[in-house]
Design a protein around this ligand. Structure first.
Ligand code: HEC
Ligand code: HEC
Ligand code: HEC
Ligand code: HEC
Ligand code: HEC
Ligand code: HEC
Ligand code: HEC
Length: 484
């Protein structure tokens, strides 16, 4: 499968930077970042049965995923994007309307076979409803272009290219420290919660700028036994290391990593980097040993199946990890902290009442901050304060008429007030944005039925069942309507 990927990369045609940076383009094309996503073109066919649900999955050579269980349940989805360079395996996405969804099947490289995707065991049924959030794409795809493109780290380079290299282009190595670190942190730092800041100018971060002006990152309190390494923990861990703390901010990701190239021999490559700073005062234990073998061991990642991550806290003694004691909800960039950002972060960590207190104070009724208002509305709703929630949703809709949560929830409120026609319009709009919302489509069908629009109601239920087929409840309603 890997070789297919390289073919796919090359088949993208002449790379715009290749005429002048041929070596970098060729090397970079082989890295995990360049290949972290691609259009899915072809794969190894295979099949398996999920023992827990009895669903049989079969993937054919054209990457169509067929599923089947008994008489009722069968269907097919075209796998369209592949995620993950294949260190662990490949995840797949399929499309429904304008949105992408995570497929329940993944390719497992080591085992050389298809299996259920990580996290899908919990569903306990065939689950085709996992919509891919924009954040997911932002870290793995570059707009419509697969993989992580040069521009993600170097910014817009069109003028540079056209001028034959005369016009300036961002080189992270020449940036101030915070701006330099921001380039890798845009994807490699999430902390316990990462919150997009509210900006009245609506701008998003670009290479060359400080990420802290666009997002706040909060670290969770360190607890006993927390020594493991999380998936996007490289930044937090490196910040704990003596190497980083004692060399000021001089030590950055690129002191050790060449983002354009995967090292041929990790031990040789990285040891040279260590010695760049430690030559003068060599290690007492093993002055010529494999530095990373003892000081940067692999540990099993938190929350990720079967994967291991390198301990970037660079501990003194093998078998330990460095973890500075930390208070609760410490901001990674202290300057980026604010009441509103902290409130949103607390909500991510399910600490709703604390979040509510901060957000209510920080977000006024005239605010244009849809993200904060939406979180407040959800908190109110969760605590049964439906009237307060509705007020927030109305304010959100006034600013963002396509806001899915506002449309869905206000639809329910309209039905309660006997305004079914309005509710139907709202739900249709929400389903146009994200078509796979079974509960919403069921509500829509029932509202249509009550208005005597039987044919439309049945069509919506059938569509709900096509999109989310493992739903005996929907089948029961159709049966009840004599429409199965
Ligand atoms: C904040 C950025 C970010 C977001 C958001 C994000 N990822 Fe990742 N993802 C990463 C990074 C970085 C890695 C590499 C892990 C590492 O080594 O730190 C990774 C690794 C992976 C891998 C494993 C790759 C392999 O072959 O080992 C898969 C699959 C994946 N992500 C899928 C997803 C999906 C699906 C989503 C959305 C639900 C998602 N990611 C959201 C940054 C992100
Ligand atoms: C993941 C981020 C990242 C990506 C993607 C990336 N670069 Fe770079 N690039 C850097 C960093 C960081 C430096 C500075 C390296 C250093 O000197 O420390 C750099 C430096 C450079 C330089 C300066 C000279 C040199 O050899 O270091 C050129 C030219 C360059 N990149 C071209 C490209 C091209 C062309 C692509 C796409 C094929 C690309 N880069 C993709 C991060 C990236
Ligand atoms: C027509 C030739 C040409 C093309 C095409 C080109 N570059 Fe360059 N690039 C150059 C030259 C020449 C330099 C060296 C400029 C200098 O050192 O002043 C350079 C330098 C760079 C640097 C380092 C800048 C610095 O200040 O250190 C980066 C980064 C870079 N290019 C990225 C890119 C990317 C990304 C692309 C593709 C989108 C690209 N280049 C396309 C000619 C080109
Ligand atoms: C646009 C998002 C993004 C940016 C920017 C980014 N990374 Fe990554 N990086 C990823 C993802 C996603 C992966 C996982 C790729 C995979 O295995 O699918 C990854 C993987 C890596 C790996 C593991 C490579 C391997 O072969 O296993 C290293 C090392 C790395 N990144 C370093 C950096 C450095 C250094 C920078 C900054 C110069 C940087 N990254 C910037 C998203 C990003
Ligand atoms: C940018 C310079 C720099 C680089 C690169 C660097 N270190 Fe360090 N490291 C330091 C400084 C500064 C200290 C503080 C102690 C000192 O001055 O020797 C330190 C301390 C350490 C310690 C002692 C940690 C403790 O908790 O007491 C170890 C172990 C270590 N480094 C290993 C490594 C290894 C292994 C690498 C390569 C993977 C590496 N370092 C790369 C600068 C660096
Ligand atoms: C002191 C050297 C050093 C620094 C600095 C460093 N790394 Fe690493 N990194 C390593 C080593 C060594 C590995 C393991 C490489 C291997 O085994 O092939 C690694 C592996 C990785 C991987 C692959 C997944 C894993 O955990 O094994 C990612 C992603 C990564 N580093 C990201 C980063 C980011 C982001 C930064 C900056 C915050 C950074 N690294 C800074 C030495 C370093
Ligand atoms: C066999 C495992 C092993 C290897 C290989 C190893 N170290 Fe160490 N290193 C240790 C241990 C154990 C200590 C702690 C010594 C102590 O606390 O008395 C240490 C301590 C250190 C320190 C703290 C200063 C000191 O000497 O006490 C630095 C810096 C360091 N190592 C760097 C390196 C570098 C650079 C390399 C690669 C050239 C390396 N180590 C290879 C096990 C190792």
């Amino acid at each position: 499968m890997i070789s297919l990927w390289i073919v796919a990369w090359m088949a993208q045609g002449a790379h715009p930077c290749a005429p002048c940076h041929a070596q970098i383009v060729a090397d970079y094309g082989r890295t995990a970042m360049a290949r972290t996503s691609a259009r899915a073109v072809a794969g190894k066919p295979g099949e398996f049965q999920d023992a827990a649900t009895g669903v049989r999955y079969r993937v054919d050579a054209g990457l169509r995923m067929h599923f089947e269980k008994g008489e009722d349940l069968r269907g097919v989805r075209q796998l369209e994007w592949v995620f993950g360079s294949g260190r662990v395996g490949h995840s797949y996405l399929f499309r429904e309307g304008a949105r992408l969804y995570q497929a329940p099947v993944s390719w497992y490289e080591e085992a050389g076979r298809w299996g259920l995707s990580p996290g899908f065991q919990r569903a306990g049924r065939l689950d085709l409803t996992r919509v891919i959030e924009p954040g997911c794409l932002n870290c793995h795809v570059s707009g419509e272009r697969p993989g992580i493109t040069c521009e993600r780290c170097h910014g817009e380079a069109e003028a540079h290219r056209r001028s034959g290299g005369k016009a300036a282009v961002v080189n992270p190595a020449k940036l101030a420290r915070h701006e330099r670190d921001s380039v890798c942190a845009q994807c490699h730092l999430t902390g316990a919660a990462r919150v997009a800041k509210y900006r009245t100018d609506g701008k998003t971060w670009k290479p060359g700028e400080k990420l802290a002006d666009y997002s706040a990152v909060y670290l969770a309190e360190v607890q006993a036994g927390d020594g493991l390494v999380g998936v996007t923990s490289h930044f937090e861990k490196l910040a704990q290391s003596e190497c980083r703390m004692k060399s000021g901010d001089k030590l950055s990701c690129t002191n050790c990593h060449d983002p354009h190239q995967k090292p041929a021999d990790a031990a040789v490559f990285f040891n040279a980097k260590c010695l760049g700073c430690h030559e003068q005062k060599p290690c007492r234990e093993a002055p010529r040993g494999n530095c990373i073998g003892c000081h940067m061991p692999k540990a099993v990642g938190r929350g990720v199946d079967h994967s291991s991550y390198t301990d970037h806290s660079i501990p003194r003694r093998p078998g330990t990890t460095r973890e500075r004691q930390r208070g609760e909800m410490e901001a990674f960039w202290p300057g980026a902290d604010s009441q509103r950002d902290r409130g949103l972060a607390l909500a991510v960590l399910n600490r709703f009442e604390q979040a509510r207190a901060l957000l209510t104070e920080a977000v006024g009724p005239a605010s244009g901050d849809v993200m904060a208002m939406s979180q407040l509305a959800q908190i109110e709703e969760r605590s049964g304060r439906e009237a307060e929630a509705a007020i927030w949703y109305e304010r959100i809709l006034a600013r963002d008429p396509g806001h899915v949560a506002a449309l869905v929830n206000l639809g329910v409120e309209r039905v309660r007030k006997g305004r079914a026609v309005e509710a139907i319009a709202m739900w249709r709009k929400a389903l146009a944005v994200n078509p796979v919302q079974t509960g919403v489509r069921m509500n829509l069908a029932q509202a249509l039925m009550r208005l005597g629009k039987r044919a439309e109601a049945v069509a919506e239920l059938r569509e709900a069942l096509r999109l989310d087929p493992d739903q005996p409840r929907l089948r029961a309603i159709l049966l009840q309507w004599n429409a199965n």
